[in-house]
Design a protein around this ligand. Structure first.
Ligand SMILES: Nc1ncnc2c1ncn2[C@@H]1O[C@H](COP(=O)(O)OP(=O)(O)OP(=O)(O)O)[C@@H](O)[C@H]1O
Ligand SMILES: [Mg+2]
Length: 238
């Protein structure tokens, strides 16, 4: 069974069909990147998988649970990193994790939280500081630690590397790969072609609500950025 399955999905927002019949699947252990420009429908795809937008026609499911028919069951299997992580500025990292995990009925120990924060490499001396003093990269790390502690089998990420410096992006991509290696299905939406090629097993191009092409990594190599770029420019030229 696919971890994420989307079939002929149509989603309207206002009077417009924003997703115009897209289909894709993401398997356990795979990083799939949806690449597209502003307004292509990337965030709409994620919000639909989370059950926050009504499905007009077609199907979307998470580990077999339909997002339209069983939105709560589907959402329970998802960890979601929105464009800007919605963490609490006046709380420190532990307090954020404790509070946000309590919303999912979880009570992590300090050791569990430290293990997750170690894994994302958030400096120990920062952990007791309010997040108001954190950089964007530190916030992303805290948000990923939250996703790790939720142990959700499906991870959705919206532009996770925007605003991160190259070192932080490399670290972040490494973390995503290690998460996928533990069996997590990762769906990433981005306009960062370079980053997508580094981290994804597969990339699909989303343009104006339709999928335009798909690229696969072969034999554990990364996806050839030139090939994707050539396809992107031919699409743009149409
Ligand atoms: N709340 C809304 N009501 C009506 N239409 C919306 C709403 N939010 C977005 N849209 C429309 O849906 C389309 C896709 O938006 P979406 O946010 O999914 O794009 P995106 O690919 O995530 O873009 P970006 O790269 O800018 O984040 C856009 O044309 C936008 O105008
Ligand atoms: Mg968006």
């Amino acid at each position: 069974m696919s971890a994420i399955k989307v079939e002929k999905l149509v989603v309207r927002r206002g009077n417009n069909a924003v997703l115009k019949g897209i289909s894709f699947t993401v398997a356990k252990g795979e990083v799939f990147a949806l690449l597209g420009g502003n307004g292509a429908g990337k965030s709409t795809t994620l919000l639909t998988l989370l059950g926050f937008l009504p499905v007009d026609s077609g199907e979307a499911s998470i580990l077999g649970e339909s997002v339209a028919q069983q939105p709560a069951a589907a959402r329970q299997r998802i960890a979601y990193l929105p464009e800007s992580a919605n963490l609490y500025d006046h709380l420190d990292a532990y307090e954020n994790l404790r509070y946000l995990l309590a919303l999912s009925g979880l009570q992590p120990s300090r050791a569990d939280m430290d293990a997750a924060l170690d894994r994302v490499k958030l400096q120990p001396e920062a952990r007791l500081r309010p997040l108001a003093a954190y950089s964007k990269g530190m916030r992303q790390k805290t948000a990923i630690a939250l996703a790790l502690l939720r142990q959700a089998p499906v991870l959705l990420l919206d532009e996770p590397t925007s605003g991160l410096d190259p070192v932080a992006i490399d670290e972040f991509n490494g973390l995503l790969k290690s998460l996928a290696a533990t069996g997590c299905a990762v769906l990433l939406v981005t306009h960062d072609l370079y980053g997508a090629c580094q981290v994804a097993n597969r990339i699909a191009l989303l343009r104006d609500g339709s999928l335009q092409g798909e690229f696969h990594a072969v034999n554990g190599e990364t996806i050839d950025i030139k090939q994707v770029m050539a396809s992107f420019s031919s699409v743009e030229a149409v």
